[in-house]
Write a protein that binds this ligand. Sequence first.
Ligand code: PEP
Ligand code: MG
Length: 871
Amino acid sequence: MTEKYVYDFNEGKKEMKELLGGKGANLAEMTNLLLPVPPGFTLTTESCNRFFNENKKIWSSLEEEINIHLKALEQATGKKFSDLENPLLVSVRSGAAQSMPGMMDTILNLGLNDHSVIGLAKNTADERFAYDSYRRFIQMFSDVVMEIPKTRFESILENKKAEKGVELDKELSGDDLKSVVEAYKKVYLEEVKEDFPQDPMVQLELAIKAVFTSWNNPRAIFYRNMHEISTLIGTAVNIQAMVFGNKGETSGTGVTFTRNPVNGNNKLFGEFLLNAQGEDVVAGIRTPNDIAVLNDLMPEIYNLLETAANTLEDHYKDMQDIEFTIEKDKLFLLQTRSGKRTAQAAINIAVDLYNEGKITKEEALLRIKPQQLEQLLHPNFDEKAVDQATILAKGLAASPGAASGIICFTPESVEIAFEKGIKSILVRQETSPEDISGMVKAEGILTARGGMTSHAAVVARGMGKCCVAGCSELKVNEVEKRVKYNGGILYEGDLISLDGASGMVYLGEIEKSKATLGGKYDQLMEWVDEVKAMAVRTNADTPEDAKQALEFGAEGIGLVRTEHMFFKEDRISSVRRMILADSVEERMRALNEILPIQKNDFYQIYQVMGELPVTIRLLDPPLHEFMPVKEEDISRLAATMSFSLAALKERIEDLHEVNPMLGHRGVRLGITYPEISRMQARAIMEAALEFKADRNCEIQPEIMIPLISDVKELTYIKAEIEDEIKKVFTEKGETLSYHVGTMIEVPRAALTADKIAEEADFFSFGTNDLTQMGFGFSRDDSGKFISEYMDKGILENGPFDTIDQEGIGQLVEIAIEKGRRIKPNLKVGICGEHGGDPASIEFFQKLGFSYISCSPYRVPIARLAAAQAAI
Ligand code: PEP
Ligand code: MG
């Protein structure tokens, strides 16, 4: 049996998207629902694939199939190609399984030629209409099939209008348009060196080939690459009998959504134009009317449209985006698809559809892309304003949000601007912990270097602050205070805007529209909590972050990075003295200064979190990060210590490591300076005991040790901590239950997790370091080449954004399996950046994680993703 490559609309159904494309499958579905769809047929995506395999030729059996379907179409419409009385005209449109901008879109009025135009004029008794249709066809065909610039045709039409002293196309007469058609044909001849094809079969074949070929045009390929679409085999081609919206004032064309795609309101939302063809609505030449006006002008048609919209929505159980045409008081539907919508609309529609009994809670939850929630949490730029803005560069969309402000190259200048009430953007080569004060006070952060887990990105996300990182097109010169972009130079004080959700950097200030939570969001999140299996915690280092995360629904803290506390002004000098101390005594003196401050930090966090679990991690980063860099800061520090400036410099130099991320950090600090770990353990427990007494509630602190690679490290440090805690209990005459767990973030720890489980009360995967060490990719520097890896198809996703299931994921799986072999109920969490990434969350659910932890602003996203993963 020969293969079937062509399907009549009544032979398909909506489930055949892969074969018929989205448009074709839905046209078939609408036909079978007996909705008013002009008849037609679809060439399958497989035929596109074979077209490419056969050197872009149409093979004879396909030609035969097309002929058979054309005959049937002629019969169904009672019209004939090239007929002098009643000619058949068709539209030709592409349609892949997924909607794909960039491919050839639409040709209307195909079938018109010097003969049939006369037939059309006669049949419609409207010469003007016939020649207007013909000139549109020539222009569209020339543009999309032959790639002749539109401007060549537009100028002819403009000249004609000028010659006739009229403003609008419709004021031109049939004779005027006849001469326009002749001029158009001349342009075609000049450009193609052939006459405009008169045979409709030739027109059709050229159009089909053009649609097929457009599957592989650079724009479509770019779009597929950008959206990681690699599975599709080609585009389908839809050939459909024409209906005309340009047959006078009882005709028209438009687009309607079954509900409002901005806010979700359950009311038709759309636009239409009377006496117009499809492209007029989108072309923006004439301003379309609101769909509500149709109710006034043609109430019967409006009712029919509303009924059809309801039928389609009930059938698809989702909001639809419908194209329609009215031909002489008769309604036709030309397309339906699931409508694009804002996050707010997505939520409102999903909840409403459930309340209307059309979908289940689970289906409602699956309707919303978790990432979409980001839109709700941060104010966004006004879309129209963005369209008009000048783009400076594009970096990594590190932390969502929209920020405008003056460029400041140092945290100090941010602070000065802040004092004056001026909004600023901190622009840095990359940020370091020293920049925190500036980061807090800036509206947004822009860095030229660093990846998605760079300091700037992680801290910004934690703060819910907009950040574009790794924007390597920009050349930032912090010393000379200027930034070079492709097209010019900007200086400190110049205004720029950042879109942290897209990574775009714009010139000047852009208007914002603030989104608010509430309404149906709360309802949806209630369902999320009913459905999800994993708990969602947050990574938070301050009471403010913790509070924000609680508002977003966090169920605990999965990671307090205590080092962030060390940078605060009231203690940094004690921290520095602790690090630089020459003797244990000197170190103890500094630690004793830090202890009450740390204790207060923890107390405040407990106050926010109440009885919810809080995991506090002991000091992790390499010590040199705490040292001052600027000469004046070093001198100031020297003055407070018994060091000469030169000796201090030497000491700082000593702390320098060639490879600090693999150096003296994590548990290794505790092993060399157990007194630091003891101080932190004491602060954690003293604060907890006080809190317990003050609030009369149960609290079980979780102490977490970073960067373990061997169980003996854990055994050692745990003994130190427990000894200190025992002392605290004795001194206070009270006890408290607590847990000591570990991060699993070094590959060796994952592989020896059974031994580690003997000592650890819980595991928390530090997938940032695990990815760094598993791949051997530096967290801070790999941004420079990872994008190239993705462009070349070596990596599918950034491994610091979405967990690499095959490699790093295997380490995680092994560790869980080994850990739970020893302790079947071992609590297992994740606190790396992947804890806020929906694709990774799905994987963590499969591996049996107890909880995930992410920055406060990703908590709602993680909750929804966790619920979806559990469905
Ligand atoms: C990690 O490594 O994944 C982690 C959470 O720790 P940090 O990012 O602080 O190194
Ligand atoms: Mg880590």
